[in-house]
Design a binder for this molecule. Sequence first.
Ligand code: FMN
Length: 368
Amino acid sequence: MTSSLFDPIQFGSIEAANRIVMAPLTRDRAGPHQVPTPLMATYYGQRATAGLIVSEATQISAEGQGYRDTPGIYSAEQIAGWRKITEAVHAKGGKIVSQLWHVGRISHVSLQPNGQPPVSSTAHRAKAKTFTAQGFEDVSEPRALRLDEMPRIVAEYRKAARNAIDAGFDGVEVHSANGYLLEQFLRDSINDRTDAYGGSAENRARLPLEVMRAIVAEIGAGRTGIRISPVTPVNDAAVDSDVQGLFNYYVDQLSLLKLAFVHVIEGATGGPRDSSPFDYAALRTRFKSGSERGAWIVNNGYSRAMALQAVAGGTADMVAFGKLFISNPDLVERLRSGAPLASLNAETLYGGGAVGYTDYPSLVKEPA
Ligand SMILES: Cc1cc2nc3c(=O)[nH]c(=O)nc-3n(C[C@H](O)[C@H](O)[C@H](O)COP(=O)(O)O)c2cc1C
């Protein structure tokens, strides 16, 4: 039996009204102390007809921050701010998971506690920019995490997952993509360690898998998902020398955890889908093994036609849209009816207020 993009779906303990996902989108509009604001609740509430919203990337600790005004989920004030957002989404029948983020070396000393260097798998600085109070700046030179610090990192992810549930989220998506901390461990192009967290694929996947197991133990597999981007070059993450082998192993291990979902960015994030040869279908087959299976969510440059085909043809269970959700709060309705899609204003993506954030109109006015 074939499914439609507009059919409901249950994955893990999450029941979604349709198979359209709002991709995680950093908008740099958190308030003082990285606390989510009421304006953010309006923004997410406007997009609650998505089957699932993945929140913007949210740092698990002060050290995990790499850009200005991104929200955290490690203080009571932040949890209270997020609760208003999850309530706004749930009031409209939507579902929302928190994207748990540690940027690793993609940070700047001005954003770190006490101006300390950012941490990573390596002490090598990335050739990448970050967004600070001064605008776009080169990232700072990192410090390699010590072996005895790994349990602390795992514990911070675990606590953040618990905080997300306390804030009313339906689950979490661990950000294991786009060249941030967990990818700085996974890829042999970045990880130059010689201890148990470097070298073989098993060793490089050790920290990410410890994180995933700890979160599953804390909140349950049915509320836990992950985002991966096997070949994206963003944030100075060159492709692994055996990228298919690495991700086959990673997904095999993730599959054992019976996660609610795997969310895969195909190709270069926000760029060409065929930037590097990679067999995504092979990964999906590996995740499918076993009787209980979670959702396979795909992303990157999907149009309406591509999304309809992916779900109807069975190559994906759900499709995530990023940029289209910025400029079309009622994207689900527009995709359903085939209505024209609005384009976004690139000037208002990062930082600022309501302009270019909560003022994109829906085709049908919401009742007051
Ligand atoms: C403004 C902006 C912010 C983004 N922030 C995040 C983020 O916080 N976490 C993440 O995993 N990806 C982030 N991405 C990547 C998107 O989730 C998505 O993978 C990308 O836009 C490609 O999907 P699309 O073609 O449907 O837009 C961001 C992209 C944009 C344009």
